[in-house]
Design a protein. Structure first.
Length: 323
């Protein structure tokens, strides 16, 4: 059975709207919600980027069963891993064990703000390995002294920790990252429906859960839905390697200036029909993914009707076909 999630997209909605969306997603029947952890939107048209962890804290108090996950947090520059460990433990307690800490090596878009430069991908991966070691070591409540190549911890200790340590997911995009990070995580995170990624993850000893993400632009007017997807999500076509390195919204606007609306519509389900969404989710399932988080493109004005469509048609159909 494929579990279906909803994305609380911090780049396209403000904090109060995101907290409002979470219980609506729960009521509509979504199994889990993922939350992007950004300092900046991908494009100026998205126009938002509140602090994800404040939103998460509020969401834990307005939902009851919805599982939660960061998608994803980079514990390498903007956040020290000891602080990420503290935040994750707190959300684990507030949510009563409904939280998974999704981690990744980050994007220049968000990490450059602290003025420490943007390391090469190899260095970022080294930093992420050390960060996971620190987060794991602190999650049990023991005192930690740590001296690594990239991070130090001086007598660190978390005073409030869940009885069950928060599970960790790690974002991967190719064979090198898969082989390196699968042994460190309970959950694989990826944005492309890749059978090779899933096979590589399993071969490297990763956990059983594999979470993908699918942007959709649902709406009764297909032309308007395509236009909205092009305005706000054309950056998605760049691929992980490009998206990790561009420094800000202006860079993404320049890199995607020749992407046409029809190009976006070829890769993102747009319009009023459930069938393209079902087909896209099926492609993730067929590759080996266990979970898929949908992104309804657009801000607050485009979510309520999507929740109703999800409750009435989309989620029952997905569960009937993929359950």
């Amino acid at each position: 059975m494929v579990r279906i999630g909803y994305t609380l997209m911090t780049e396209q909605s403000g904090p109060r709207a995101l907290v409002r969306h979470a219980p609506l997603a729960e009521d509509a029947g979504y199994d889990f919600a993922v939350l992007s952890d950004h300092y900046s939107p991908w494009l100026d048209a998205q126009a938002h980027s509140p602090y994800a962890w404040s939103v998460l804290g509020a969401v834990t108090q307005v939902t009851e069963r919805l599982e939660l996950m960061t998608y994803v947090t980079a514990p390498i520059l903007r956040y020290h891993p000891a602080i990420v460990a503290q935040k994750a433990a707190t959300i684990g307690l507030l949510s009563q064990d409904r939280f998974t800490l999704g981690l990744g090596a980050g994007e220049n878009l968000n990490e450059h703000v602290v003025g420490r430069g943007w390391p090469s991908v190899g260095v970022r991966h080294e930093m992420l390995v050390e960060a996971v070691e620190i987060i794991r070591a602190l999650s049990g409540g023991d005192r930690l002294d740590y001296a690594g190549e990239h991070f130090r911890v001086d007598a660190g200790k978390l005073w409030d920790v869940p009885a069950r340590p928060v599970p960790i997911g790690i974002a991967v995009s190719g064979p090198e990252s898969t082989a390196r990070f699968a042994p460190l995580a309970e959950t694989m995170i990826a944005t492309d429906p890749s059978e090779a990624l899933c096979r590589g993850w399993d071969s490297a000893g990763g956990g059983d859960r594999k979470v993908g993400q699918l942007p959709v632009s649902w709406g009764t007017d297909r032309d308007a839905a395509v236009k909205r997807a092009h305005e706000q999500f054309r950056w998605f076509a760049g691929g992980w390697r490009v998206n990790a390195d561009l420094p800000g919204p202006a860079g993404f606007a320049a890199a995607t200036r020749f992407v046409r609306p029809e190009d976006v519509a070829e890769n993102i389900p747009c319009g009023p029909d459930a069938e393209p969404i079902v087909d896209a989710v099926t492609s993730f399932r067929d590759c080996g993914f266990t979970d898929v988080a949908l992104v309804q493109i657009g801000g607050d004005d485009h979510q309520d009707a999507f929740f109703e469509f999800s409750r009435r048609e989309l989620l029952p159909r997905l569960r009937s076909l993929l359950g």
